[in-house]
Unconditional design. Structure first.
Lengths: 111, 112
């Protein structure tokens, strides 16, 4: 059983569309991170959220941490082909503990 | 160049052979990690290290050995490779183990 469930697993959209990816758990996390991974490369950190209800924006990407710190979402506005990749959420159960990763959402943005 | 480098990028080995994957980081990060990435399982932690000479098991440590005699290096050894260890292996480092991990580009290992 995955501690962090990501949905959807696969998402294929057209350039210019909006999308939301979800990361859910029954456990509380002290912090949650989002990474993007491109083929043949390691994951790259996008953002870390630590406060319940926190919203962070990174250009067209908006990240939200749930009030109860059990879930998170990533919203992309006006997707571009360069957004294509595997998006991974990762949570830290307690401060200083090891990260647990979700299985990821494979996003394909078609021109 | 500063960063985290893994070698080799690709490796094919035979069942039963010993193979070592190398990881080197130039940030002097205290924490280093080894993950394997497989379809259907995502990233799973094999071993991690909080400092030189301090290592600890992760989620899937069986069949693997690590050492960390120097802060910058964290090699992963498969003592007797099995086909189930065919995977993509990622090394990562972090300052104090939190606030984001920096990953290497990975080693794609095939055991035949």
């Amino acid at each position: 059983t995955q501690l962090l469930e990501q949905s959807p697993q696969f998402l294929s959209i057209q350039e210019g569309e909006n999308l939301t990816v979800y990361c859910n758990s029954s456990s509380v996390f002290s912090s949650l991170q989002w990474y993007r991974q491109e083929p043949g490369e390691g994951p790259v950190l996008l953002v870390t959220v630590v406060t319940g209800g926190e919203v962070k924006k990174l250009k067209r990407l908006t990240f939200q941490f749930g009030d109860a710190r059990k879930d998170s979402s990533l919203h992309i506005t006006a997707a571009q082909t360069g957004d294509t990749g595997l998006y991974l959420c990762a949570g830290e159960r307690t401060s200083g503990s090891r990260l647990t990763f979700g299985e990821g959402t494979q996003l394909t943005v078609n021109p | 160049d500063a960063g985290i480098t893994q070698s080799p990028r690709y490796k094919i080995t035979e069942t039963g052979r010993q193979v070592t994957l190398m990881c080197h980081q130039t940030w002097s990060h205290s924490y280093m990690f080894w993950y394997r990435q497989d379809l259907g399982h995502g990233l799973r932690l094999i071993y991690y290290s909080a400092a030189a000479d301090i290592t600890d098991k992760g989620e899937v440590p069986d069949g693997y050995v690590v050492s960390r005699s120097k802060t910058e290096n964290f090699p992963l050894t498969l003592e007797s490779a099995t086909r189930s260890q065919t995977s993509v292996y990622f090394c990562a480092s972090s300052h104090q183990g939190i606030y984001g991990y920096t990953f290497g580009s990975g080693t794609r290992l095939t055991v035949v």
